[in-house]
Design a protein around this ligand. Structure first.
Ligand SMILES: [Zn+2]
Ligand SMILES: [Zn+2]
Ligand SMILES: [Zn+2]
Length: 181
């Protein structure tokens, strides 16, 4: 393991005494730091205290092995417990977008995607409402047409009935006149 040039987070002196790849001792202020729990594998920032995330760039400092859940330093290439490989891609990707401006852009584009998704959902909801309204209107129109048809049929029936009645009355009148002669 090649450690980057480290600076004591306590007194900012350069740290040369890396003891056993897990701890470092500062000759100047006497502090001993656990590398595996406080050194950021992405930006190389050594923290005064052990943290799950780097306080400078936000990268994970420790993480769990996906196979055995052993908690290891995030810069490890393989698990110290089961020897399984630990994915380095995540860290490489994170260090590539370390630049805050780039990260901000990524967040903004994510926000845009979310906004577009929400707009699409709202549009779909509106479209559903429109369809319900259209269906209601066409049903109403259909209903009106049928009602008019029925009215016409009833009116036609009445007219026909009246005409027949008039014809019958005329026939009766004619018969009556003929018999009276
Ligand atoms: Zn120091
Ligand atoms: Zn960092
Ligand atoms: Zn493991």
């Amino acid at each position: 393991m090649q450690w980057p040039e480290l600076e004591c987070p306590n007194c900012t002196a350069p740290l040369a005494d890396i003891q056993d790849e897990t701890a470092v001792h500062c000759r100047f202020c006497g502090v001993t730091l656990n590398l595996y729990r406080s050194l950021c594998p992405s930006c190389g920032f050594l923290d005064r205290v052990e943290r799950p995330l780097c306080s400078r760039c936000g990268t994970n400092i420790v993480r769990a092995c996906p196979a055995c859940r052993q908690i290891d330093w995030a810069g490890m290439e393989s698990c110290t417990n089961c020897g399984g490989p630990l994915d380095m891609l995540e860290i490489m990707f994170k260090s590539r977008i370390r630049d805050t401006r780039e990260r901000l852009q990524l967040q903004q584009s994510e926000a845009l995607v979310i906004k577009a998704h929400e707009a699409a959902q709202a549009e779909a909801r509106l479209e559903r409402f429109r369809k319900v309204e259209r269906d209601r209107l066409s049903e109403l129109a259909q209903h009106t047409v049928e009602k008019k048809k029925l009215e016409r049929r009833v009116l036609g029936g009445i007219l026909l009935g009246s005409a027949l009645f008039a014809v019958v009355m005329v026939v009766i009148a004619v018969l009556w006149a003929w018999m009276g002669q």
